[in-house]
Design a protein around this ligand. Structure first.
Ligand code: HEC
Ligand code: HEC
Length: 329
């Protein structure tokens, strides 16, 4: 009986595959966004951690001025980005790199354009202490702010007794970030045989495979998750981490998921439009001059990779009653 059910299931999957493929052949490797999000064994995505992490993500007490939160630069109302070339941080300073989206970041092999943080947990420890971002003086400052705000019971619920630590702050934020996934893009529905995409988008889909974009922007994530040379601009990329000359201008291949919503483009935010980014990529990475109609088709395809935003209820943050937290200049 079990095997009859299994063969029926497989048969249905096969038929569904055919119905999508009959409209246009989906190039090898492309597919719907994975539904299973990887998580490290030492930080399971429990609901208590996610709820705490959500508060911490919106928590301006993690910044010296009491003004900046993760959400300032990775705004979850605008696709996890600020749409700035370079983000605005402490005392209106701007850093030297464009803020990538936090959406689907749980799927990336390493975090940051140059991959200097292996995991979301490592990444989340950076911004609060970064002088041009949130500019806290020390980890101890973060802990005392959070303690005074009244976070202790929430940490104890999520991590056990006496657990209000900087490491657990990062763990909770990472657990929340693992819920920031954007399924059901028009392309995903198309792949599953549940919907169609335009003729222009289908031509674009074929084009990116034919000319080799998908050798780097590979698989259902539209990134191989590898680090490759992008000989463009002044930023040293991976070399600034390893010091190796081979790593000059090496960056992580950026995903195409939601790319239509995260302008401006590239690590230095230098491409204002998606058309320009596509044109530059073809020239620099593939030594190809694309015609305008090809660029338009590719952009039409990229727009089908915009998924559904996670619906987030704005959290209420713990606060002392009757006085404000001690912000600093
Ligand atoms: C002042 C703006 C700013 C703030 C505040 C900020 N970030 Fe970022 N974030 C950036 C920039 C810029 C980068 C890219 C830096 C780089 O690659 O060198 C980045 C990179 C990231 C990445 C890597 C994504 C990828 O594709 O590699 C994640 C994840 C992230 N930030 C999460 C957070 C979290 C969590 C917080 C709060 C604890 C936070 N950020 C606070 C600007 C900001
Ligand atoms: C050799 C590998 C490689 C190839 C081939 C390649 N790309 Fe890229 N792509 C990258 C890397 C690496 C980045 C990140 C660039 C950076 O650091 O600014 C990127 C970034 C992008 C971005 C900007 C993403 C963002 O969020 O800023 C777009 C759009 C893009 N590629 C489209 C394309 C298209 C279209 C093609 C084919 C014409 C293509 N790429 C071919 C490696 C590649």
């Amino acid at each position: 009986m079990k095997s009859i059910i299994m063969s029926w299931v497989l048969g249905m999957a096969f038929i569904t595959g055919i119905s999508a493929a009959s409209a246009a052949t989906i190039p090898d490797g492309m597919g719907a966004l994975p539904t299973v999000v990887p998580e490290p064994a030492n930080n399971p995505t429990t609901s208590d951690r996610v709820e705490l992490g959500k508060k911490l993500y919106f928590e301006p007490a993690l910044s010296r001025s009491g003004h900046f939160s993760c959400n300032s630069c990775h705004n979850l109302a605008t696709w996890g980005v600020d749409n700035q070339k370079f983000s605005i941080g402490h005392r209106w300073q701007r850093g030297g790199r464009n803020a990538p989206t936090v959406l689907n970041a749980a799927f990336w092999s390493r975090q940051f354009w140059d991959g200097r943080a292996p995991m979301l947990e490592d990444q989340a420890k950076g911004p609060p202490l970064n002088p041009v971002e949130m500019a806290l003086g020390s980890e101890a400052d973060a802990i005392s702010r959070l303690t005074e705000a009244g976070y202790e019971p929430l940490f104890n619920k999520a991590f056990g007794k006496n657990s209000l630590t900087f490491d657990n702050t990062a763990k909770a934020i990472a657990a929340f970030e693992r819920t920031l996934i954007t399924p059901n893009a028009p392309f995903d529905r198309f792949v599953r045989g549940e919907g169609d995409i335009s003729a222009a988008a289908k031509r674009g889909m074929q084009k990116v495979a034919d000319i080799g974009c998908t050798s780097c922007h590979a698989g259902p994530l539209f990134t191989s998750n590898d680090f490759v040379k992008f000989d463009y601009g002044k930023d040293h990329g991976l070399k600034s981490v390893t010091g190796k000359s081979d790593d000059e201008h090496v960056f992580r291949v950026q995903s195409w998921r939601n790319v239509a919503m995260t302008a401006p483009y590239f690590h230095d935010g230098s491409a204002a439009t998606l058309e320009e980014a596509v044109k530059t990529m073809a020239r620099v990475q593939l030594d190809t001059r694309l015609k305008n109609n090809d660029i338009a088709d590719i952009v039409a395809f990229l727009k089908t990779l915009t998924g559904e935003m996670p619906q987030i209820t704005l959290p209420v943050l713990p606060r002392p009653a009757g006085h404000a937290l001690p912000w600093q200049e």
